[in-house]
Design a protein around this ligand. Sequence first.
Ligand code: ADP
Length: 456
Amino acid sequence: MSLKPAAVLDALRAVIDPDLHRDIVSLGFVKDVAIDGGKVSVVVELTTPACPVKDRLKAECEQRIRALPGVTAVDVKMTAQVRSAAASGPVLPGVRNVLAVASGKGGVGKSTVAVNLAAALVKTGARVGLMDADVYGPSVARMVGGKGQAQATPEGMLRPFEAHGLKFMSMGMLVNDQSPVVWRGPMASGLIQQFLTKVDWGDLDYLVVDLPPGTGDVQITLTQSANITGAVIVTTPQDVASEVASRGLKMFGAVKVPVLGVVENMSYFVAPDTGRKYNIFRPEGGEAPYKRWGVPLLGEIPIEPKLAGLGDKGIPVVAAEPGSDTARAFLELAQRVAAALSTVTMSQGASGSPVNVDADGPHLTIAWDDGHVSQHNFQRLRFQCACAQCVDERTGKKRIVLEFIDPNVRPKAIEQSGRYALQITWTDNHSTGLYTFDRLRQLCECPDCVATRAAR
Ligand code: ADP
């Protein structure tokens, strides 16, 4: 019996994307299946070249296909096409994802993280821009070694500068270094508008935006003018007492920008002579702040004494010392951020949005815009909370036990977070977990969904 493409697709349905929690066939990742006798070639298109599980998915595809009867050779080609968060509009028309890098206060290394994260995304093969919106302390130009005069295109747009494979624009390139810049809110907002609408960014997979610290005019202008796909918040272990960063979380929540997670900078120091790791800045018994906020930890960046010098020389550590532990930490961070952005864009397209959420009955009922009505037992849904308090993000193991959850638990409040998740405050006062639309669809306990899952 000859091998059919349908059999190959069926085999690939068992390969699940661990971030999107769905199989690669229904996600539309399998682009081509070619069969030549016993030789099977497939093309799998991921949502980012920075996919952290690319090798694992490739190996699993190969293994599943090889197990089919009659297969003598397998060729799995992995490609990537970064998806766009929203239909392109007049602002940033060629930009697929806008990533805001924020912090509660200055000096935590936000610009350092923004620059190295952008440079690390370039390393994965993505097209990346970096916009220095930190108009009060523009340091991006210095950190990427930008020099020269801004040039205009024939259409009267400003051409972004280029260095280390990334396009960037910073106020630092437009003013004389010596002149102090005193920005009032409206001027700063005006400049951000210019950066968004008068710079020819071209086609980009990711535009990384280095925001000023705190919550002010620039943040508001940006969130109102551009469609921000997601935000990351940079903190340090010393930031434990800081309520400012959590204000940032609330601000993004209010403007419906998904917070992808936290980057902990200056997390630890590795002694170069002994290789021993020291948690220098973490207070004795102190708990990292992100744990209280219930957002994932996307990366831990070590204290790297060379960073200041490299920043002054204008070379990101990812470019200067790609094999170093610090560069690796930034590369891993870039992969996690890219995966989180893919989750946001895919869940927007994949599962639609809730049109009605009802928690007044015996269970949670969600009516979706595609007509499906999902049902969720309150206690089991509370148990499925995926926040850092409920799930150990390093091992993926649950930290809570179903039987220990109040059987009468129910939502006190439900709010939509961004365009991709619900945030539920439960009667046991747990409120940090986000339930993405995609996940809610997978957890649906309506008779149809239960029967479909049982048949698999
Ligand atoms: P922010 O943008 O939050 O104000 P910067 O990125 O400008 O902070 O960093 C402030 C200073 O801290 C810079 O001199 C930078 O080189 C240094 N720095 C940032 N991150 C680290 C790190 N992980 N290890 C050592 N120095 C760092």
